[in-house]
Design a binder for this molecule. Structure first.
Ligand code: HEC
Ligand code: HEC
Length: 460
């Protein structure tokens, strides 16, 4: 090959992967000539191919064979061939196996279509934007769009300026390609897709001019030729640099690896999955994998969720009774009939309790705009509050709790009387970051009352 495929390894500022792609593409396209004999029969009209060729279409045999057949009908090719070439070469010098023959200069020239950034390899010719527009419309627009904008998922060839640092950069000839020679070479060599190398040199110049125009690099009266080709500087020409990894990265990975006591500081939990909202919810509305409520389990009997509700409700609503009877007895009594205890205090409460509950129902008007209660109640601005006393925090299914409250629930927090007191007195103080925009109930009597009332509401 007369033109060496020695491109510098180039790296895109925007990322290694793309750089690798570009480098691979450049190497693959130049290397192809050496590796493959003749995958495509070159059409005679291609200016760069003056080699004497047989009729292009029907010949199934690769070019070299055809050329030999034409030049030399006798099998004694080796002896006659050197005579045709300028310098006599013995076949044995070139191939010890005695296969093949040296490529003819014309054959080499026909394949040697690489165009390098410095203009080496450019064929003589020219083309203007307008012609390019026409040819592009005819041969390329079906896939790349009339304005090179790309149809469906075919590559977009224009636009994307300034997008290289975006998470999803639009890499086009204008925004990304460093050299115009790549455009000419690529189009001339491989487009239109499926009909590679059917474009004439002038058509390729014209298309290249049009692509420059669609990328806003030249005006519409521009004429591109082999003469002015290298005067075009592509917008991203400076966006590539020579591979400096041996200097910048190698030392980082080639030192002695630390194998023990490598940590310099104690590990810190900086964020929890619940905060990031990546933990799915269980059917009960709690973050998946939430452990059973430990505070209740500790009281002894309570593994049945219906039972724990009874205890705090009883405590708050019927405080005098609770003091009279020890708690364990309460629970033992409650166990045989779990449904009863919640309702019990209401039904059997004395006059004082009833008054407190009635008072609480009034206080609850302050809550009612956000919280629904009773049978068939639905979540509103706030969650349904049925059965809230003694229930785990943030347990209502289908309600989007604040991360903070969800977190407290996940850690086993329970709305016992003390928690409700604290929360209702100062919601934002008790649950930092709560979604409950409510100033709080400053009067202790109001809190007592509303908690007593909440205790009467049967829960799910
Ligand atoms: C049948 C559809 C089709 C037609 C027609 C076609 N192309 Fe393409 N073009 C493609 C596909 C597919 C690719 C991507 C090829 C690849 O990545 O290997 C491509 C890639 C390109 C690229 C490189 C884009 C990039 O950013 O990597 C250029 C430049 C190009 N085509 C120009 C042309 C020109 C000029 C014509 C008309 C002469 C043309 N194409 C006709 C389908 C087509
Ligand atoms: C402006 C609307 C609004 C008002 C008024 C309001 N809340 Fe809330 N409440 C909410 C929201 C929203 C939440 C959910 C909080 C969170 O996720 O952080 C909530 C949560 C709660 C919870 C915890 C529920 C659970 O399942 O964990 C209780 C208990 C509660 N509110 C009681 C009350 C009471 C009692 C009142 C009246 C004194 C009241 N709220 C007034 C909006 C409100």
């Amino acid at each position: 090959m007369s033109k060496s495929p020695e491109f510098p390894t180039i790296l895109a500022v925007t990322g290694w992967a793309t750089a690798a792609t570009v480098a691979a593409f450049v190497f693959a396209s130049t290397g192809q000539k050496a590796a493959e004999p003749a995958p495509v029969v070159k059409p005679a009209e291609t200016a760069a191919a003056p080699a004497p060729e047989p009729a292009p279409a029907p010949a199934p045999a690769p070019e070299p064979a055809a050329a030999v057949a034409e030049a030399e009908p006798a099998p004694a090719a080796p002896t006659a061939e050197p005579a045709a070439a300028a310098t006599p070469v013995s076949l044995a010098d070139i191939t010890p196996l005695g296969l093949g023959r040296p490529a003819l200069p014309e054959e080499i020239e026909a394949w040697d279509v690489a165009v390098l950034p410095d203009g080496t390899g450019l064929p003589v010719g020219s083309g203007d934007v307008e012609t390019g527009n026409e040819v592009f419309g005819e041969k390329c627009a079906a896939c790349h769009g009339d304005f090179a904008e790309g149809i469906d998922s075919w590559p977009v060839l224009a636009g994307g300026a300034g997008s290289l640092t975006d998470p999803r950069p639009v890499k086009t000839i204008g925004s990304y390609w460093p050299y115009l020679s790549t455009v000419f070479d690529y189009v001339h060599r491989s487009m239109p897709f499926g009909e590679a190398q059917t474009l004439s040199v002038d058509e390729t110049y014209a298309i290249t001019a049009f692509l420059l125009y669609s990328n806003g690099i030249v005006e519409d009266d521009f004429v591109l030729s082999n003469e002015n080709f290298t005067s075009i500087v592509m917008p991203n020409a400076e966006g590539f640099y020579v591979d400096d990894r041996p200097v910048t990265e190698y030392p980082l990975f080639s030192g002695e690896p630390c194998m023990e006591n490598c940590r310099t500081a104690a590990p810190q939990v900086t964020k929890r999955a619940v905060d990031l909202n990546v933990t799915p919810l269980d059917p009960d509305g709690k973050p998946a994998g939430t452990l059973p409520v430990i505070t209740l389990a500790a009281t002894g009997t309570a593994t049945d969720p219906a039972t724990p509700e009874a205890a705090p409700a009883t405590e708050t609503a019927t405080a005098p009774e609770a003091t009279a009877e020890p708690a364990p007895v309460e629970l033992a009594e409650a166990t045989p009939a779990p449904a009863e205890p919640v309702a019990e205090p209401v039904a059997t409460g004395d006059a004082g309790d009833a008054a407190l509950i009635a008072e609480g129902e009034k206080v609850f008007r302050k809550c009612a705009s956000c919280h629904k209660v009773g049978e068939g109640a639905k979540n509103g601005v706030g969650p349904v509050l049925n059965g809230i006393v003694g229930a785990p925090m943030a347990r209502v299914e289908g309600f989007a709790y604040s991360a903070s409250l969800a977190d407290m629930g996940a850690k086993g927090g329970v709305w016992d009387a003390a928690a409700l007191q604290a929360f209702l007195e100062n919601p934002k103080g008790y649950v930092k970051g709560t979604k409950m925009s409510f100033a709080g109930l400053k009067k202790p009597e109001e809190r007592d009352a509303v908690i007593a009332y909440l205790g009467t509401l049967k829960g799910p």
